[in-house]
Design a protein around this ligand. Sequence first.
Ligand code: 6R9
Length: 695
Amino acid sequence: SLVTSHHLRHVESMARLPSGAGKISHLNAIILGESLASEENDLVFPSPEFSAQALVSSPEQHRQMYKRSIEDPAGFWSEIASQFYWKEKWDPEVYSENIDVRKGTVKIEWFKGATTNICYNALDRNVEAGNGKKVAIYWEGNEPGQDGQLTYAQLLEKVCQLSNYLKHVGVGKGDAVVIYLPMLMELPIAMLACSRIGAVHSVVFAGFSAESLAQRILDCKPKVVITCNAVRRGPKVIHLKEIVDSALTECAKCGVSVGLCLTYENQSAMERKVTKWQERRDVWWQDVVPKFSSKCAVQWVDAEDPLFLLYTSGSTGKPKGVLHTTGGYMVYTAMTFKYAFDYKPSDIYWCTADCGWITGHSYVTYGPLLNGATVVVFEGAPSYPDSGRCWEIVDKYKVSIFYTAPTLVRSLMRDGDEYVTCYSRKSLRVLGSVGEPINPSAWRWFFNVVGDSRCPISDTWWQTETGGFMITPLPGAWPQKPGSATFPFFGVQPVIVDEKGNEIEGECSGYLCIKKSWPGAFRTLYGDHERYETTYFKPFPGYYFTGDGCSRDKDGYHWLTGRVDDVINVSGHRIGTAEVESALVSHPQCAEAAVVGVEHEVKGQGIYAFVTLVDGVPYSEELRKSLVLTVRNQIGAFAAPDKIHWAPGLPKTRSGKIMRRILRKIASRQLDELGDTSTLADPSVVDQLIALSDC
Ligand code: 6R9
């Protein structure tokens, strides 16, 4: 049964957004079959001992700080920023913003004119402060027992060597570098080496296919691609270099040739001599990088110079290149990390995210290192060799802050408590969740079983676009409600608007927008500022539109209800329905496809594809497999449809628009809620689809 509380009662009434908002059409209800009504009244308090030691230890303390951040943003943020090293200070403006499309082009700038370097602040500054011998990264390999570590001083040396190499091959300020690596230490090293010399990294998650990689290479035209020959993930070996090879071949056909593929030899996965090699273009990392000096002067950059590109999915087919700049992102990721996890220098921090996603940028690499934290980087799969692996790692490194995604929590919960309880976990102090709404029962299991009812959970709501946490608990400051991301971070002003864009006060549900900019905000979509404005700032003029639905309860707590656009969130990974559809229709036997998200017990949402075949082609199990394979090959395994539903016809309006509302209902078997089908060009297709549901 679906959620019955007021949070989702508006699901149907909010069927359409104003024009300009494009394909936004529904509120997803993905709080899995649980009623939120009771959750609203369920407060989970941090222990008095926790609060007493917390950076922010009471609602009053938070209120004062928050008030200042809103009333005097310049004063508030310049104080925070002053903790970092700036070659030259901003003067005199801290920020300038226009996020209102009605007042001209959207332009957000923070600390403009100041110069700094984020790598310097993450590494050199910590080494100079006497923390050179502190461990920066503990690396845990796929196989238990396979591990490594780097102190801040060692990490700095490794980064400098790679920076020097990149400079040597002609990479300079503003040049793009594509990084396609698994969770080896070399991944954060490569990111930091780029930022040290002012190059713009574009990390592509190593689970993306050759075609997705090619698309991203074509968009930003890097001088170098950095990869490794292969990686072990659980019991499997994945040949990353071969994926890069085919991506580069594809790109060359489109007139973009990348002259250099720097390849790290990941010996534990594959030997050098069996790696396919293209002389001149391909270079082994180990053959060249260690020859360079371990000192490298920093390239000072403007606060508004680009730091990285990260592609994310939107409502339309082509992924968007989210661009973040240096100064504001630095200040914001560091500050949010510190407060949302109540970080102390003695903490050992582990975030299970891959650096291929924004979480790995902001909260594996930059945020923690800027705070001088010790970070665990894990190469493997969380349930390999068995479901206790995470807790084994927690005990091994005495992890005190553990940050993960609801999908992992749910899948470990299903595997049984024994895998958890046989490990001590007494080092744990704070837990975190990100990527999708965490349903209350998963929250409780995480809290009670993993955290022994001792560790507050920071359910951090944010996005690739926001750079850092936006709505998040401050763990010692106020009681939590299982499933609520609670309150906004300093400087963030969330508003809930109705379909006309009017702010709604008090207890309400609607579209989540943000008023005013914050330092970590993205500045543009690479090469397409117009799409930036259209997607994010035009749907509700005067605000940044998040794409999420949200409710606020009587106590002011925020409850995220999922995407309201054609983006689905599978295991915390954003996938545009249009991307999956375009992959499906590229199959020669597929005439048309419509993809919707459905509730999935572990993944949060699953991908459900309605497929119309080319005339005369019969449906078969073999064809189903080949359709799924097409999506895997074109996007990546994580985007493979969970269900293919054969559709001789799709429900369309007379003007030819596919009515996804109906498809969603069929997919989730809510057949008594199909609503009005009389506006369909051919209402009989609905019965036909229902009849074919189990084929
Ligand atoms: C950081 C990240 C962003 C979308 C976002 C929302 C969903 C993320 C969430 C959450 C509820 C949370 N989301 N965190 N929903 N509670 N704590 O995941 O970025 O990949 O860009 O996804 O993920 O729907 O709009 P990204």
